[in-house]
Design a protein around this ligand. Structure first.
Ligand SMILES: Nc1ncnc2c1ncn2[C@@H]1O[C@H](COP(=O)(O)OP(=O)(O)OP(=O)(O)O)[C@@H](O)[C@H]1O
Ligand SMILES: [Mg+2]
Length: 260
């Protein structure tokens, strides 16, 4: 089961990605969490220390690996290279273990034009395509904000797409744009998670504006979660109410995972 997490900037994509990954890892699923945001910070949300996080080399910068697998040096536009490089061992070999979650930091995937056909992009695209071997395994992809990157081969092989929103019309606009892209990519399972809800009024406002979406669940605004980003600790166990809300969302998704 491969789940991509998308939405407007700052709505809580990384927070949700980390907490879902942790939820499933705690329940002994094999979980691969992929940070597909060039501004990578899934490691810290999973609870990796600041110094350790800084030492992570994104896959796209692993020149030796790219050359070994594709037969061409990174940036080798026009060069001959394998379009189907070996990737199946990458999560095991290059994933960083964080509390049972295998974290892969992808790095900046080059956009548009010839960038799509350079060796490093081909390697990553192939990796995203072949990440799951067993149906029971779970891949969670934390995506860059907005929609520009959605068509670049990162999420077209995902089973489900979660769009994170918050009480505000801008996140609703982004949700609509993401849905359009997801339709074009043929992603059928599309869910919304509403984050940072403080009041009933906010809940009514946002659910009213998202009435034509399948709402998977909601997460409360939490001072502890906000603080986790300032004091650098994982938001996943920071607040009981928040944790329970994540559990509800994950349970909803699990039904889908089992029937898929
Ligand atoms: N439920 C919540 N309550 C309070 N603060 C939250 C909540 N969810 C997320 N935040 C805070 O909002 C900020 C953005 O969260 P996060 O990094 O998860 O969003 P994002 O969508 O991944 O952002 P980006 O678009 O930059 O990747 C962080 O400071 C995070 O701690
Ligand atoms: Mg993020």
């Amino acid at each position: 089961m491969k789940i991509a997490i998308s939405g407007k900037g700052g709505v809580g994509k990384t927070t949700l990605a980390a907490c879902l990954a942790k939820y499933y890892a705690d329940r002994k699923y094999k979980v691969i969490a992929v940070d597909a945001d060039p501004d990578a910070n899934l490691a810290s949300a999973l609870g990796i220390g600041q110094d350790e996080a800084l030492k992570i080399t994104p896959l796209i910068e692993m020149k030796k690996l790219i050359e070994e697998r594709t037969g061409a040096k990174p940036g080798g536009y026009g060069a001959f290279f394998k379009l189907n490089p070996k990737v199946d061992d990458i999560p095991e070999k290059f994933g960083i273990d964080v509390g049972g979650v295998k974290l892969l930091v992808a790095g900046t995937i080059k956009a548009g034009g010839s960038g799509c056909y350079c060796p490093e992009n081909v390697l990553l695209k192939n990796l995203f395509r072949h990440l799951v071997i067993n149906q029971e395994d779970i891949v969670i992809l934390d995506m860059e904000a907005g929609i520009e990157h959605l068509g670049r081969g990162t999420c077209e092989n995902m089973n489900a797409l979660i769009i994170v929103t918050e009480p505000g019309l801008r996140s609703v606009q982004t949700a609509r744009a993401v849905r359009k892209m997801a339709d074009d990519l043929g992603i059928k399972e599309l869910y919304v998670v509403i984050n940072k809800i403080r009041t009933d009024e906010e809940r009514k406002f946002i659910t009213g504006n998202l009435s034509d979406f399948a709402i998977l669940g909601e997460l409360p605004y939490s001072e502890k979660v906000r603080e986790s980003d300032i004091k650098y600790f994982s938001p996943c166990d920071a607040d009981e109410k928040f944790k329970e809300a994540v559990q509800k969302i994950a349970a909803g998704l699990s039904k889908y995972i089992k029937s898929n």
